[in-house]
Write a protein that binds this ligand. Structure first.
Ligand code: ADP
Ligand code: MG
Length: 614
């Protein structure tokens, strides 16, 4: 791809409900999602007009309930469409702001700003959101930003794309490319580069946002991303789930408190805000409480909702998602077994039930969710922006990352991570390790990948031996270097500096490496066994501390033997405790962490007063 533009160039996901901006950072070789002045990584696509000022983003959304007719959102639904378009006609009644037909059947948004009535094109409102996103990026980059890649839904027609580009121009941006949201999401996951994707790859992108639901099937071959099929629902998303919860509580309040808030816009708005928060909580908790002080006159509202109830309230909507997925598969003439990756995008794709239903459709296929669902599109846009810019590392490999942590095992069964999971390649890293025994002339170095603490629970990639000088004692340092090139080939080398002895092993990308399914399983298992692994780590630390102390005692005793003599009782006391410690160290497996900790404490209390070693 030719690089023509002067950096920096940003990627913007201009969403219906939220927008997000990201920029490629060539130093760390990945995209950074940029937070706004409130510290939020996504910004409401919302603009408000008051007597005194214009507000964009969080500030606009926060005052929506007190200024509903001048708080504009959802303009993405309007952009590039005619006023008489049935989609717009259908939405008109639901918006608290006014939309009228302008010249050539163009929709115009009517607001009161600084005491005057104003008519605005949807492009103008979008440009205000884009300006906000540009300013967020400029504050972060501490420089002005001109170039941007903006994303649009795959089904957007030419007119909608052109209007989006116009909005960018009004915002003072040079829109260097408009790309499809699902393509951007696929970019974010680096799917065109993943392992077995040398040939063709079919990606299913499931994007459930705030007000819209889009699914797409992409076929990727080399650098070409082709949208094979799209389906969706222009009115299905997080806001519908919020509505269901609001309706539920309105009924509950009616029943329990004999109060009807259904006609009170302000109360409903406040209840909705609480419900949306509760909905997010229910994505990771099984129940949560809703609290709205002074919801209605002097009535403080507090109630509990479980995840199961939330699911029940929305089940028909979730099932609609399932239908749409099946329609898209049918339209593409593709069997689901031909889908290589299922990518989750959009804030609402975090809902566990939605994920479960999707998983049921794709059965054994793991869902890609390693990137934040509401950031993936902006991330991909930033990748595309970097590819079109000068000054970015020429060998930029689109987001090919190490799917699992890579490390070595040289001491016991503990995995020492050298390159953590999700590190962008190419990458080179050197670490110092210590010899674990005295008199070692050959050290086995096992190269492993995986997330577990115990190396034997991980995947063994290779083993080699480093010759070293046996007279170098335990604790003597060795350099181990991991070098992964752009093609994913890993070279692990080890060196004993003082002798210059060096050995290395090459592990090709395809030998012994795992399939995406196996990788996901390992990541899942690591999460599942986290507590167990932490316990193991504690035990290893305790064992090593005890072993180290015994080693130090032996060393000190040898010196003492040659010089000052200890009195026989002292020596006996030390020997007795030492041999107890050695016995314990001989049966590590059967013993609990506390045994090693207690043994070390006892040993120290006996030895320290005599030998003064810590
Ligand atoms: P869009 O692309 O339509 O602008 P987003 O992808 O940003 O929208 O998704 C916004 C929606 O995602 C909102 O309705 C929000 O409530 C919902 N959402 C965000 N996080 C979660 C979560 N953890 N669980 C459930 N819904 C969530
Ligand atoms: Mg979106």
């Amino acid at each position: 791809m030719a690089k023509k533009y002067e950096g920096p160039a940003i990627g913007i996901d201009l969403g219906t409900t939220y927008s997000c901006v990201a920029v490629w950072d060539s130093q760390i070789n990945r995209a950074e999602i940029i937070h706004n002045e409130q510290g939020n990584r996504i910004t409401p696509s919302c603009v408000a007009f008051t007597d005194a000022q214009r507000l964009i983003g969080d500030a606009a959304k926060n005052q929506a309930s007190s200024n509903p007719s001048n708080t504009v959102f959802d303009v993405k639904r309007l952009i590039g469409r005619n006023y008489s378009d049935p989609i717009i006609q259908n939405d008109l009644n639901m918006w608290p702001f006014k939309v009228i037909a302008g010249r050539d059947d163009k929709p115009m948004i009517v607001v009161k700003y600084k005491g005057e009535q104003k008519q605005l094109f949807p492009e103008e409102i979008s440009s205000m959101v884009l300006t906000k996103m540009r300013e967020i990026a400029e504050a972060y980059l501490e420089s002005s930003v001109k170039n941007a890649v903006i994303t649009v839904p795959a089904y957007f027609n030419d007119s909608q794309r052109k209007s989006t580009k116009d909005a960018g121009a009004i915002a003072g941006l040079n829109v260097i490319r408009i790309i499809n949201e699902p393509t951007a999401a696929a970019f974010a996951y680096g799917l065109q580069k993943r392992g077995n994707c040398v040939k063709e790859r079919n990606i299913f992108v499931f994007d459930l946002g705030g007000g819209t639901f889009d699914v797409s099937i992409l076929k990727i071959k080399g650098e070409v991303f082709e949208v094979k099929a799209t389906a969706g629902d222009t009115h299905l998303g997080g806001e519908d789930f919020d509505n269901r919860m609001v309706e539920y509580f309105v009924e509950e309040i009616k029943r329990k408190n004999k109060v009807d808030i259904s006609g009170n816009a302000k109360s409903l708005r406040r209840l909705r805000t609480s419900c949306e928060r509760a909905k997010r909580t229910l994505s990771f908790a099984v129940d949560t409480t809703i609290e709205v002080d002074g919801l209605f006159e002097n009535f403080d509202f507090c109630s509990l909702i479980t995840r199961a109830r939330f699911e029940e309230l929305n089940m028909d909507l979730f099932m609609k998602c399932v239908e749409t997925v099946n329609t898209c598969l049918k339209d593409s003439n593709m069997d689901k077994s031909n889908i290589d990756d299922v990518v989750l995008v959009g804030g609402s794709s975090r809902i566990p039930k939605v994920q479960q239903l999707l998983q049921d459709i794709f059965k054994a296929k793991e869902l890609c969710k390693s990137i934040n669902a509401d950031e993936a599109v902006a991330y991909g846009a930033a990748v595309q922006a970097a590819l079109l810019c000068k000054g970015v590392s020429p060998n930029l490999v689109i987001l090919d990352v190490t799917p699992l942590s890579l490390g070595i095992l040289i001491n016991g069964d503990l995995m020492s991570v050298v390159i953590p999971k999700n590190t962008t390649i190419p990458v080179k890293k050197t670490e110092d390790f210590e010899k674990s025994e005295d008199n070692q002339s050959s050290i086995p170095i096992k190269v492993c990948e995986g997330e577990r603490t115990r190396a034997s629970d991980n995947n063994l990639l290779g083993l080699f031996y480093l010759d070293c000088n046996p007279s170098n004692p335990r604790g003597h340092s060795l350099n181990v270097c991991f070098d992964i090139d752009a093609d994913g080939i890993l070279i692990v080398s080890a060196e004993e500096e003082c002798t210059g002895n060096k050995k290395e092993i090459t592990i090709a990308n395809n030998t012994r490496r795992l399939s995406p399914e196996q990788i996901m399983r390992m990541i899942r298992e690591a999460e599942k066994y986290k507590a167990e692994d932490e316990e193991y780590q504690k035990k290893v630390n305790a064992v090593n501390a005890l072993d180290d102390y015994v080693y130090k005692i032996n060393k000190a005793l040898k010196n003492i033997d040659r010089s000052a003599k200890l009195c026989p009782e002292e020596k006996m006391k030390i020997n007795l405790e030492c041999s107890k410690a050695k016995d314990i160290l001989d049966s590590i497996k059967e013993k609990e962490t506390a045994v090693f900790v207690n043994c070390l404490n006892k040993l120290k209390s006996v030895v320290k007063p005599i030998l003064q070693i810590d």
